[in-house]
Design a protein around this ligand. Structure first.
Ligand code: Z5A
Length: 215
């Protein structure tokens, strides 16, 4: 019997602190992949357009208050509700470039008092596993030069410093393909580096099944 062969798309996640340039780089990467003839689409979490997403958006905009465990589970549910679509796209050969994922979920909630990393990870266990996680590393002082914090929840520097420490803990996990990028570089330099890592990850993913996160 001929071995099963896969030609799936890759799951590429961009993570990083506030204003590191994740959205800017996701858009450029998708455009570059499409121009080189590879099917690619962008996704973002939270996806504020779904029912879960609308609850999350109101919370982030401080239009509503939600209990901390509850909002954590909503962020996770917002990913799970998109898993059937993500799998379908990946299996069709579409590379997904995702702006934030479960790592933001864990880093932000575990930065709150009384939340362990382990508890925060559990609802996201089994999500499609990223083939590449690009972490856009930016010093808080450099982030400040990119403009004021917005008015949304979590947008203050003490909280963001704790969030960065939690991301650093998550990056120690050798079962994931973390690549740390110096986000203080120019948009073009960053893009070139991100494109190189992505091309490698796409080639590797083609011959592998979709993995399960933290399992
Ligand atoms: N959150 C959570 O709690 N739980 C979860 O499960 C998830 C998220 C998924 C909303 O996320 C909040 O939800 C977020 C985490 C939490 N809270 N915070 N903080 P969001 O994705 O909607 O966050 P955002 O506020 O839209 O993204 P961001 O982090 O602020 O920005 P960014 O995407 O990293 O950066 P950007 O928009 O591409 O660029 C920022 C600015 O810098 C912009 O003016 C650019 O033109 C400029 N820029 C970009 N690149 C460069 C370079 N290389 N040099 C100079 N200037 C640059």
């Amino acid at each position: 019997r001929v071995a099963m062969s896969y030609r799936r798309g890759a799951l590429i996640v961009l993570e990083g602190v506030d204003r590191a340039g994740k959205t800017t780089q996701c858009k450029k990467l998708v455009q570059a992949l499409q121009e080189s003839g590879r099917p690619a689409e962008m996704m973002r979490f939270p996806d504020r357009t779904t029912k879960m997403g609308k609850l999350i958006s109101a919370y982030l905009e401080k239009k509503s208050n939600l209990e901390d465990h509850t909002v954590h589970l909503l962020f996770s549910a917002n990913r799970w509700e998109l898993v059937p679509l993500m799998r379908q796209k990946l299996e069709q050969g579409v590379t997904l470039v995702v702006d934030r994922y479960a790592f933001s979920g864990v880093a932000f909630t575990s930065a709150k008092p009384g939340f362990s990393l382990e508890w925060c990870m559990s609802p996201d266990v089994g999500l499609p596993k990223p083939d590449l996680v690009l972490f856009l590393q930016l010093h808080p002082a450099a982030a400040e030069q990119r403009g004021e914090f917005g008015a949304e929840r979590y947008e203050n520097s003490d909280f963001q410093k704790t969030v960065l420490q939690r991301f650093e803990q998550l990056m120690k996990d050798p079962s994931l393909n973390w690549q740390v990028i110096d986000a203080a570089k120019s948009i073009e330099d960053l893009h070139k580096q991100i494109k190189t890592h992505s091309d490698t990850a796409i080639t590797t993913a083609e011959s592998q099944p979709i993995g399960e996160l933290w399992k």
